[in-house]
Design a protein around this ligand. Sequence first.
Ligand code: SF4
Length: 761
Amino acid sequence: MWHDSGMPLTDQERTVFRTCPLCEATCGLEITVKGEKVLQIRGDRDDVFSKGFICPKGVMLKNLHEDPDRLRRPMILRNGEHIEVSWQEAWIEVERGLMGVINTHGRGSIGTYVGNPNAHNLAPLLYNRAWMQAIGSNQRFSASSVDQLPKQISSGYIFGTPTTIAIPDLDRTDYVLMLGANPYESNGSLCTAPDFPGRLQALRARGGKLVVVDPRRSRTAENADEWLAIRPSGDALFLAAIVHTIFESGRADVGDHVRSYIAGIELLPAAFQPFTPEGVAQATGIDALTIRRIARELCDAPTALVYGRIGTTTVSFGTTTSWLVDVVNTITGNLDKAGGVMFPLPATGGQNTRGEPGRGSGFRIGHSYSRVSNFPEAIGEFPAALMVQEIMVEGQGQIKAMITLAGNPVLSTPNGEAIDKAFESLEFMVSVDIYLNETTRHANVILPAPTHLERSHYDLIFSNFSVRNTANYSQAVFALGADQLDEWEILAKIAGIAQGAGADVDPTKVDEQIYESLLRKIIQDPTSTIYGRDLNQIQLQITETGNLGPERILDILVQTGPYGSAFGANENGITLQTLRNQPHGVDFGALQPRIPEVLRTPSGKVELAPKALIADLLRLEQVMHSFDVDELLLVGRRHLRSNNSWMHNIDALMKGKARCTLQMHPEDAARAGIVDNELARIVSRVGSVDAVVEVTQDIRPRVVSLPHGWGHGIAGTKMRIALKNAGVNSNILTDHDQMDPLSGNSVLNGIPVKIFALPQT
Ligand code: SF4
């Protein structure tokens, strides 16, 4: 047998290079294997982007691959128990269940949920649209609305598309104001930067400054020049006061490089008039002098940037805070400037490389509305927090079946107990997943995807958010076993079954349809580099490459992308083969200014004062004075050795001190009569959990912190290591009625709670 890298599967040792697919940092790995065994994983020192950096999770791809709890064969739920079956039996069951629900209740009764790992996985990124279109339902949900959706929506309004996000130019900046982000633990998000901590250290080493704004003294805050312990949810007010101060002091200047492309700036001084530093001081917990000083520092620094992440998006002002980050970057002259925030140019192109450069149809939400609460769609989906009502509230269009793809919403979406009960009530459920976990235990059929080492990899999404323009394609390390399906085949089969082609549908036929329709679309696009070319001639070239499945589609995207060969028209351009030949990646250099061509707004300008966001300032003004300083607020936290809910079954990552603890300030612990290391009850409007308390000075008084992604050990799951380190589910406390009204993103930070001491046993 031969491996698809062209290497024979012998017992000889070999070294392969691939990009780590576990987080947004996209580190290069050097993997030594012998036969079917992984001998060693370490950082690839020659990787053009990560240069050898690796975190403890990257090494664990070996453990994930070898995890005895990982599903290797399809499973069907029979008499309350999941049993292994053949693929043929599984597909017959998928057809029976899905078509049964479609024929009885209609296509709109099928819901879908796509989890976070899909953003790191080539096959779903290329095939999800096809199978979802084949299902024909608009009941779509994903982890986006418990994460970054507000940033995408604000960016859509400002720049014209939801993937046109202004990214910190970390390596050239002089000043970083960081809110709600902890890259020392998470390695960064919406800012792809391998060794993010090292890049921050380099900033400080060259005389720059790092200011971290966070209710907790996170590891990033510990390593900063300054920590500002803000009240949870205070970021929007804090940034609004900075905008106010910059206009008041006459320092607002967008810079000559973008001046003629900025619209709406004249509306801002009046809009931010109410948000004085003195006015927001109590609500933010940051005094007026400090706010004025930070505003001044941002203006004085030769280059500066504001970066906000999950703590700024998973709050009730998520979209407004995300907008304010860009407003501050723009009025301090740091938009689209080296050392400020810039726009990457990915090798596979994207929403801001297609169509007419510099102008587009803009962005809007509300192409459809949710059935029960009439909430607007955003970027093709509804808020995850609405899944429970869409499943439980009876009526036309009620969800009767779900398809979940690498997601665990029982642990990762608000009011986890309610979503658990909702899934229990479904008539049918299919999950594509590598584990029998808290969500997939409800599935009638579980289809096991290959492991990370059994599939090829290319970061289609994160190259849009990267601090440097690079491209890196990785071939699968191991060939698939004889009885395994590739993930694209699983997804193409689901599409074929939903089209009515039956359980025996050939996934390669569905793949042909997907590939052909993409190629036709690109050839018919007047702005494409292969516009008007002969379809047959290009298909002939594609056939000669031997690429099939995701590789065939990826090659088309690379060849027609900004650096691409355009199927021979650009002799210096790249193809997928170019990337195959360079296993350490290709470096296209530092980010370059892209305004105006990056814009896709109808005006062809940066819309700095979108109506929806200006209007939200009224709501923000209301909370400036109406808050309870004594209220105890719950926030989340990240740990370097954890990755949301799904890496808790790796023994080596679970070693050490228990991590699912409730962090609490000594003053609050004393007030509640709680001592360190004892169990306490945390109660919110929707639920309660018991957790061990960790008393610490590293958190602001009146704030408590519990990490998310825990709460394992529910009957019917099979994750034995996770069971031993179960922790508690923080989403039993988060409230599905609490959303950012502009995006539908769940509020996962700043949850009002009460804490009670428990009798010790
Ligand atoms: S930082 Fe992220 S990409 Fe890099 S090794 Fe760790 S998990 Fe993988």
